[in-house]
Ligand binder design. Sequence first.
Ligand code: UD1
Length: 424
Amino acid sequence: MDKLVVRGGNRLSGRVKINGSKNSALPIMAASILGDGPSVIENVPRLRDIRSMLSILDSLGVQGCHRDDGSVTLEPVDTSKNVADYAQVRTMRGSICVLGPLLAKRGRAVVSLPGGCVIGVRPIDLHLKGLRELGAKISIERGYVVAEAERLAGAEIYLGGAFGPSVLATANIMMAATLAEGETIIDCAACEPEIADLAKFLNAMGAKIEGAGSPTVVIRGVEKLAGARHCVMQDRIEAGTYMIAAASTGGEIIMEDANPAHLGAVIDKLRLAGVSIEKANGSLRVAGSPPYKAMDVTMLPYPGMPTDLQAQMMALLTVSDGISVVTDKVFPDRFMHIAELNRMGADIRKEGPSAIIRGVERLSGSHVMASDLRASAALVLAGLVADGETEVHRVYHIDRGYERIEERLSKLGADIHRAEDDET
Ligand code: UD1
């Protein structure tokens, strides 16, 4: 297992190109199951989660290959397969998005329940509710969802849950409804840009979807879909992470290919803290000089502040001027990083679904343990500003969602390298 070793104190400066979005690529890759021919997905990042999805699709009879130019070709060659097993699903919760396409295209889907993870319980009741309302017969057997339907039928589906809309439930129902008979209306759909990107791919395959990216999505079912070509949107979470990294080191970076339209809440919050952000010709310039103002930030479904940037924002606020309150309304238990940030000298107390952060003057480098993907990014960010050396253990989490993060941060001037870890 690897660790990342970070020596804090360097300002980040230079240019960084933002990669294609992992969270957009995963359901789009799963949607290739629906096509009668091969699909080509461009701008797919080289990440562990993408490799996991390729392997799940392979086990489902979809041959895939990630090419040097970043494109992934996917071709359904054996449509008799319909089981996504535990060993594969447990490595990545996002694999639940094969459920809708398998059921709609192959009439039967047997998909392992993903189980909980360190960011919370993560139920899939909304996925199952939506599919049942499309006419699927669903049972849970020995830890697997078994879903069957000869042909799904369009329906009006309210998809809001206790924590608001669900991104992957919206993706699953939208994908399943493309091949259903008649019209489906999803109400309280997730509005994340990744949903609009998925709909763009499905429409290129021949689907009839309107309103994706808004709370109401209308899908008119079609008889069949073809393979299609699509270029995945840029990763707004990766962009937000680099913005926070640059700001917290008092640096100045230009981010190429970041889409400011997807970063409204992040730009607003960082500006309120005192970071300078300018948009110019398809790029974003981020510059700042800490300490920043403390503030209250609440993570909400899009277009609110993304929960996937909660930990990174918290790392920034640990050294801000005053007291901040960070609340996560999407994953109220997503706070495993607090203990690790406190090990570095932060002063954070959890209070229900919120964290109260008393800004300190400096963090001090130490050994910390990454608990999940975004928490590991937060620990790297904290390491960039801490005094001395920080060792982030269990960094396999970070490889699930950030392409070569240490190389890219090094190019921007950070003192960071990967090393073999004998401690974990
Ligand atoms: C996706 C993202 C993840 C991000 C999350 C929220 C991918 C691969 N993952 O995950 O990075 O953090 O959106 O933006 O795109 N919920 C239910 N019932 C359900 C489903 C969800 O109650 O059936 C709850 C969840 O526990 C959570 C909230 O709804 O509290 C939102 O979760 P959801 O949008 O479903 O997250 P994912 O789609 O799994």
